[in-house]
Design a protein around this ligand. Structure first.
Ligand code: PEP
Ligand code: MN
Length: 346
């Protein structure tokens, strides 16, 4: 359900509160014209009350039966804030889970170039235990003179790869005009780093019925990333994954600077799952595994990694793509770190 205003107060129902008591609070709020968002967790139910904070303060919320605590939401992000959800969000696509103990291993080519390239990669990553298949149909490129992706034809190839391997598809949406076509193929809609603050696009995917993967802009703060997620959640779509993919700094030895501190911060600030893209952060194949290990160690809920059957011939991001025939060994290394963290590849 879309939210019209900003949730300002959290009403936490005690663990022994009955559903009648929750309904009673909701009807009192409704009587005062106050919109509410209810999150029913395993342990507790949390109600986000949307309305003017001063007007809300006039209601004797703490006195209603079953109410344990009433807290103001002081952060600028509300629906995605950690406090709002009693449980961590798990994204489940066709039984492949990501979040709260389930680690997502998302892999595939940077870009869908041609049928055999994508199918060969899909087979290799599926055999290695990847959970979702990535691949760009529409590519955001720094230079307008470089390969821009093959668009709609790529979506057809991705559908074939899914039919063969069973892997759900993660692919980028760049333009609201492509929503329908991308939604037909994508199981998870990727919003690329450069579009992280494209608010029209964020609202558009907020109305979609598919999970959304938002990549952090290279110059965006953690708070700006959370506000981007808030745009999506506000429209009613709360199936959101955040991705740290490196930020621009003065450092030139890696393509971007992988900000793993942001992952630790995000895990405190939001109930949404957080993944890491070591491929774009590193820009170099030899650094992808160490950065992937570090991502697992800092508490990421997954990684998104690029692979190509012949990276030396790749039309985009060749130097960072893992050769498909080496992906199994890479995945084995990652898997052992994931189990060290007490998690399981979803
Ligand atoms: C991608 O993952 O395909 C991509 C283009 O990455 P980013 O948006 O992080 O640059
Ligand atoms: Mn790429």
């Amino acid at each position: 359900m879309a939210t019209t205003g900003s949730p300002e107060l959290l009403i936490v129902m005690g663990s022994s509160a009955t559903s009648d008591q929750t309904e009673h609070v909701l009807s009192r709020l409704a009587e005062h014209g106050i919109e509410a968002r209810v999150q029913r967790g395993r342990e507790a139910t949390v109600i986000g009350a949307i309305g003017d904070r001063e007007q809300l303060a006039l209601l004797p919320l703490e006195g209603y039966p079953g109410v344990e605590q009433v807290l103001p939401i002081l952060k600028p992000y509300k629906l995605v804030a950690r406090e709002v959800s009693p449980d961590m969000t798990v994204i489940d696509v066709d039984g492949r889970r990501l979040g709260d103990g389930w680690f997502g291993l998302i892999a595939g080519p940077c870009t869908v170039e041609y049928r055999e390239q994508t199918l060969a990669t899909a087979r290799a990553v599926a055999a290695a235990g990847a959970t979702w298949l990535r691949g760009g149909a529409f590519k955001p490129r720094t230079s307008p003179y470089t390969f821009q992706g093959i668009g709609l034809d790529a979506l057809e190839i991705l559908r074939e790869a899914k039919a063969e391997t069973g892997l759900p598809i993660v692919t980028e949406l760049m333009d609201p005009r492509h929503v329908e076509a991308v939604l037909e193929t994508a199981d998870v809609i990727q919003i690329g780093a450069r579009n992280m603050q494209n608010f029209v696009l964020l609202a558009e995917v907020g109305r979609a019925e598919k999970p959304v993967l938002i990549k952090r802009g290279p110059s965006a703060s953690v708070e700006e990333l959370l506000m981007a997620a808030e745009y999506v959640a506000k429209e009613g779509n709360d199936r959101i994954i955040l991705c740290e993919r490196g930020i621009t700094t003065f450092e030139r030895s890696t393509r971007y600077t992988l900000d793993l501190g942001s992952v630790a911060v995000l895990k405190n600030e939001t109930h949404l799952p957080v993944i890491v893209d070591p491929s774009h952060a590193a820009g170099r194949r030899d650094l992808v595994l160490p950065l992937a290990r570090a991502a697992v160690a800092v508490g990421a809920d997954g990684i998104i990694v690029e692979s190509h059957p012949r990276p030396e011939e790749a039309l985009c991001d060749g130097p960072q793509q893992i050769p498909s025939d080496e992906f199994g060994a890479f995945a084995d290394e990652v898997r052992s770190f994931v189990s060290l963290m007490g998690k399981q590849i979803g």
